[in-house]
Write a protein that binds this ligand. Structure first.
Ligand code: HPA
Ligand code: ZN
Length: 350
């Protein structure tokens, strides 16, 4: 579906404020559930599971969340995930994310989880699946948030490990819509995972991959050509190739961009340098997402408000970004149409 034009809505050129952004019906397509573990819940789970954390207070945790690049973040992120042990832990983690999202006007989510982070610690993949999907189902029933879950392979591990994970996931395939690829990007190109992605596609799953966050623009091209992705996660380094920008626009290839993450991991020094709105204006199907909100200082709404504050995002641009998030999701065409109508009704009232 091509992007929608909202240049004729009321006050189209006004900078979008928080109330407007909250009211926009939105989808979130790039969110790592393990990255939504708030320090408060981490302490609670550590206590529940008799685990000693390297931090004593919430202030100490927040001070540790001062990253210089992707790897310095990942080192802490995997350490924090150690508190997740039981099905109830995974339920509580997912439920907390859904409650926050509901307050922010999110109507559909397609979160990621990293089973290898847990199975490598001896936790059964069923424990992880059951806790997460029970919360997602409750979110759908009680909060009206529809969902599709995405299983990510860790790219710093070998492709054989990803194959083993796909095998373990076989009894739970109806719990997921697709597979993704995350963790340390540089030195672990898409090509490394082309066989396991082919196997996933053969099982009827969609594919997405992190590419062009810290890695080069070529990884974005390879993710499309070798992994047949339906979306590129991050993808911001496409700005290094005008030809690639044109290709992304021509093919309506969605990018799940995470502005706060990019600033906190020093992809950009300051939000005012972020290219998301330039890409939007060039016709690329960009979307806004939080990535790892508890580590990067804000959930989805904060990612939108930062764009207003530092880039002067207008109401019309914000509406296009929200529409893109719905159009780029893996929901049925029928539900997409309903959600777009919901968005248009909201805009008519504002
Ligand atoms: N990039 C790669 N891997 C990740 C990220 C990210 O932003 N967040 C969690 N795992
Ligand atoms: Zn990510």
């Amino acid at each position: 579906m091509p992007a929608l034009d909202f240049s004729d809505i009321k006050h189209a050129n006004h900078v979008a404020d928080e109330d407007f952004l909250r009211a926009l019906p939105k989808a979130e397509l790039h969110l790592h559930l393990e990255g939504s573990l708030e320090p408060e819940l981490m302490f609670e789970l550590a206590k529940r599971n008799n685990i000693t954390l390297p931090f004593q207070t919430i202030e100490e945790v927040k001070a540790a969340y001062n990253f210089s690049n992707l790897q310095t973040f990942l080192d802490i992120y995997y350490q924090c995930a150690d508190v997740l042990r039981t099905e109830q832990d995974f339920y509580d983690l997912t439920w907390a994310y859904l409650e926050t999202s509901h307050e922010e006007g999110v109507i559909h989510v397609e979160p990621f989880f990293d089973p290898q982070t847990h199975t490598d610690r001896g936790i059964d993949i069923g424990v992880v699946f059951n806790g997460i999907t029970r919360a997602l189902k409750d979110g759908d029933e009680k909060l009206g948030i529809s969902y599709g879950l995405i299983l990510c392979f860790l790219r710093h591990l070998p492709e054989e490990a990803a194959f083993a994970t796909l095998e373990q996931a076989k009894p739970y395939l109806d719990h997921i819509v697709g597979v993704g690829l995350d963790s340390s990007e540089v030195g672990h190109p898409p090509e490394k995972f082309k066989n396991v992605f082919k196997a996933a596609l053969g099982l009827g799953l969609k594919t997405v991959a992190h590419a062009g966050e810290e890695g080069p623009a070529q990884y974005i091209i390879d993710a499309m050509d070798m992994l047949s992705v339906s979306r590129v996660d991050h993808g911001v380094r496409c700005t290094e190739s005008e030809a690639l920008i044109q290709r992304l626009a021509n093919e309506d290839m969605p990018l799940t961009v995470c502005p706060q993450s990019n600033v906190r991991l020093k992809v950009y020094e300051h939000m005012s340098e972020h290219p998301i709105l330039e890409l939007l204006e060039k016709g690329v199907m960009v979307t806004v997402n939080a990535d790892d909100p508890s580590f990067f200082g804000g959930y989805l709404l904060k990612n939108y408000t930062e764009l207003s504050e530092h880039l002067g995002m207008t109401r019309s641009q914000a509406a296009s970004l929200a529409a893109n998030s719905l159009l780029a999701s893996f929901i049925s065409d029928e539900t997409k149409q309903e959600y777009i109508e919901e968005l248009e009704d909201m805009l008519a009232k504002w």
